[in-house]
Design a protein around this ligand. Structure first.
Ligand SMILES: *Cc1c(COP(=O)(O)O)cnc(C)c1O
Length: 473
């Protein structure tokens, strides 16, 4: 209810009592939203010095070392503000306009804004901003269209697929009947002919494409053709490349796949997940005994299917992030991310390294370290590089002969260095330092090594100097 009365004018209630109306400042105890939200870190410093100190330490670690984790990014401080806001306190099970709780008018607007922006960013007809994570987004899709025991065809997790695509150790492998396709043994590329042959043979209900370790373009159109002839749904999980897709730096799956999922932190937003759908969103389909449009199955399997109350502060932060993605700065940066990755490939090849698929089309470079030196493993490389201030991930390579705990490769990614403003010149510096470390370390076993301390500290100092020219953004 709104009134036209002026602040300060007394209000007559129906029982005749008179209430004093006060101005906004006094009404909220003299505190505005801005004052409430200002100085959040100062509050934490007073309330919990231990956690405050750890946060400060993590900031310094990030500033002083090079972040090359391909599965990581760095959101803006505007996104952080939305995450750390009063919106975190709102419980709102359900969807905008149909919640199970009172007081949802503001968060309804926030969620609708996030949905509109997600549809705009991905050129989609439907968007669901509620998934708690990329894994949760996949769980929602799987449980929306599959019954337990139904067949999934997906990329093997030791060939670059994600656990949530049907790995035995994940819910997706436990409740569904999963078969995997592999990359080609010589080229390490997806072999669409053999995937098609396999799909026709096993007739899966769902095909999943998209990967965590795959440096090349994925042809979503061919995947859809395969799904169509096999009578399967297609899920494209673009967690790693969704920023590139938004910018047009990688072809979009949105109108080819029935469902497109992504984590929202990998393209540079807050933690969380997202599901978008293109032209098939409204197709009427039956799952079990229920016939409904495809998007409605997704809604139901989100809430109450697999999640309770959505994280509305994350949804507010997703909205902030999605607005950023339609800016020129964001779009240009996605192309620079690829340029930097290609530059890493060039320098590494010059220095005699072996690169999976001999190059990259995206933000990721996968190096076969076992080919550089006899006995060198991914885990030794990761640990020793970290000691020198260079943060990467060890990975198993397709057809890896090493134990998965050791792995034969490292995966490096360029989203964060690019965000902080580094370019191809810096990529060359970083590669030279990485190369020096990988050649210098003394291999003791699959997981143990030694590194000369004065050499290590010299590299670490070099890295710190380099990073100091690029303050975190
Ligand atoms: C990282 C990743 C996910 C998981 O996202 P979370 O938000 O960490 O759960 C899902 N799929 C792929 C392909 C990924 O690389």
């Amino acid at each position: 209810m709104t009134t036209n009365r002026n602040v300060g004018e007394p209000l007559k209630t129906p029982n005749g009592r008179v209430c004093e109306l006060v101005d906004e400042e006094t009404a909220s105890g003299g505190q505005s939203s801005r004052q409430y939200h200002n100085g959040i870190l100062e509050t934490l410093e007073e309330a919990d010095y231990e956690v405050y100190t750890l946060i400060t330490k993590e900031y310094q670690r990030r500033q002083d070392t090079i972040q090359l984790v391909a599965a990581e990014n760095q959101c803006s401080t505007a996104v952080l503000a939305a995450l750390g806001s009063i919106i975190q306190n709102k419980t709102a099970e359900g969807f905008p306009g149909s919640r199970l709780h009172g007081g949802c008018n503001v968060v309804d607007e926030i969620e609708r804004l996030a949905i509109t922006r997600a549809k705009e960013a991905f050129n989609a007809k439907y968007a669901n901003v509620q998934p708690h994570s990329g894994t949760a987004a996949n769980q929602i899709v799987l449980t929306a269209v599959l019954q337990s025991g139904d067949k999934i065809l997906s990329l093997a997790s030791d060939h670059g697929g994600h656990f949530s695509h049907g790995a035995k150790i994940s819910f997706s492998g436990k409740f569904f009947n999963v078969e995997n396709y592999l990359v080609n043994q010589e080229t390490f590329l997806l072999d669409y002919d053999s995937i098609k042959e396999q799909a026709l043979r096993i007739k899966p209900k769902l095909i999943i494409c998209g990967a965590s370790v795959y440096p090349r373009k994925i042809d979503f159109k061919i995947f859809r053709d395969i799904a169509d002839v096999a009578g399967a749904y297609l899920l494209a999980d673009i967690s790693h490349i969704s920023g590139l897709v938004i910018a047009g730096a990688h072809p979009s799956p949105v109108d080819y796949a029935h469902f497109t999922t992504t984590s929202t932190y990998k393209p540079g937003g807050p933690r969380g997940g997202l599901i978008v759908m293109g032209k098939d969103y409204n197709q009427q389909i039956s799952v079990g005994t229920k016939s409904a449009p495809l998007w409605e199955h997704i809604q139901n399997s989100t809430f109450p299917g697999t999640q309770g109350t959505p994280y509305l502060n994350n949804i507010a932060a997703k909205a902030v992030f999605l607005k950023e993605t339609i800016s020129d700065e964001y779009k240009t940066r996605q192309f620079k991310i690829i340029e930097n990755a290609k530059s890493l490939v060039g320098s590494l090849l010059n220095l005699g390294h072996t690169i999976l698929t001999n190059g990259t089309d995206n933000h990721m470079v996968v190096v076969n370290v076992a080919n550089l030196r006899e006995g060198l493993t991914g885990i030794i490389s990761q640990r020793c590089l970290e000691q020198c201030g260079i943060i990467v991930d060890k990975v198993s390579l397709p057809y890896d002969k090493n134990d998965p705990a050791a792995g034969s490769g490292i995966r490096i990614g360029t989203p964060i260095v690019t965000k902080n403003g580094m370019g191809t010149k810096e990529m060359e510096n970083i590669t030279a330092l990485m190369d020096a470390v990988l050649r210098k370390l003394e291999i003791i076993s699959e997981s143990e090594y030694k590194i000369d301390e004065s050499f290590r500290s010299e590299i670490a100092e070099n890295i710190k100097q380099l990073c100091s020219r690029f303050p975190l953004r």
